[in-house]
Design a protein around this ligand. Structure first.
Ligand code: PEP
Ligand code: MN
Length: 355
């Protein structure tokens, strides 16, 4: 079934540029929830988030306050007029949240990674008219992300948006979850109207990365930001390192530069795009030439009974291209990944010849 995802509707708040959602990682106590919410409302935040049920890596951590926290969110709504959002991972969570008058639901990365759980949620949400935000799965798998959206769509949900929270990786890294911006960009290419909200808190995992990641998301024309905040971040029961005080959140939002997604004058940009088109044509022509030579080498190897893979040569090539990258002022990692995929295709072409 073809999926037509339209813009998210949030009772008018979808018109805000950017849409801002903020609040603690977890609801911990009535005081913490209300204090944080009041301070956020003073900063102009109109959508409040708080996790009631928390998926934790290992048992024994703070697994969320549970259902007793739902009335606190209701109180936030009544006292501040904010919309309130929480995470659901099971049909019971859905039921309880709807009963408590939660306005927006999000589905967490771990749940989105599990098609069985997603299907159960989709079934539970059938016939419920509520905005649902689908976080990306833990691993960088765009199809799995789209599959989760599709399950909701097939269940008849029409008010769906997504949250990009970065992707887990095993290597030591700067980010808690690598942004891999090209993945949400590809999602936008396939579903041009889809509302994408960036989650710089879970991407960065550290306070100081929230502002730069938020700016990058805005520069990429994302529709909004979901940022964790807490009235006393250092004492937070979950994700303490990445939460901001409402004050700092307000300051961060003021410092962000919101760019125009639809430039008034497209003249300059169209000249530049034309140059890009020409350069791409040159790159592809050169690649085609390179593959032709590769095939010739393949024929030579076959005739002389040589193996396709000559690892000494391959290492030399990578090292040499790395130096070139540096001299040309482009990222060696980027060049490395291009060279590896060109080499992979060369090997494939030569293996064909060997058959
Ligand atoms: C959260 O938003 O607090 C959360 C658990 O996020 P994620 O599912 O992205 O890890
Ligand atoms: Mn969190």
């Amino acid at each position: 079934m073809e999926m037509k995802i339209t813009k998210l509707r949030l009772g008018g708040l979808e018109k805000e540029n950017p849409i801002i959602i903020s609040g603690p990682c977890s609801a911990e106590s009535r005081e913490q929830v209300l204090e944080t919410a009041t301070q956020l409302a003073e900063q102009g935040v109109k959508i409040f988030r708080a996790g009631i049920w928390k998926p934790r890596t290992k048992p024994g951590g703070f697994e969320g306050i549970g259902t007793v926290g739902l009335p606190w969110l209701k109180e936030v709504k009544q006292k501040t007029g904010m919309l309130v959002a929480t995470e659901v991972a099971t049909p019971t969570h859905v039921l309880e949240s709807i009963k408590a008058g939660i306005d927006i639901l999000w589905i967490g990365a771990r749940t989105v990674s599990n098609p069985f759980a997603m299907q159960e949620l989709a079934d539970a949400l059938k016939g419920v008219d509520i905005p649902v935000l689908v976080k990306n799965p833990v691993n960088p798998d765009l199809e799995l992300w789209i599959g989760a959206i599709q399950r909701l769509y097939n269940a008849g949900l029409t008010n769906i948006g997504v949250i990009h929270r970065g992707f887990s990786s095993y290597d030591a890294k700067l980010y808690r979850n690598a942004p891999l911006w090209h993945i949400p960009i590809e999602l936008r290419r396939r579903f041009p109207e889809i509302t994408i909200i960036a989650d710089p808190s879970h991407m960065g995992g550290k306070r100081e990365l929230v502002a730069p990641l938020s700016q990058q998301a805005l520069d990429l024309c994302f529709d909004g930001l979901i940022i964790e905040s807490h009235c006393n971040p250092d004492c937070a029961l979950s994700d303490a390192k990445q939460q901001l005080t409402p004050d700092v959140l307000g300051y961060t939002l003021k410092m962000l530069v919101v760019r125009d997604g639809q430039p008034q004058s497209t003249e300059n940009i169209s000249v530049l795009r034309k140059q890009i088109d020409e350069i791409d044509e040159n790159i592809l022509t050169m690649l085609s030439k390179r593959m032709r030579i590769s095939r010739e080498i393949g024929t030579y190897k076959k005739e002389h009974n040589m193996t396709v893979l000559q690892s000494g040569r391959y290492n030399q090539l990578l090292e040499n291209r790395n130096k070139m990258a540096e001299a040309l002022n482009i990222s060696p990692e980027f060049v490395d990944s291009i060279m590896k995929s060109i080499h992979e295709e060369s090997v494939r072409v030569q293996m064909e010849i060997m058959k």
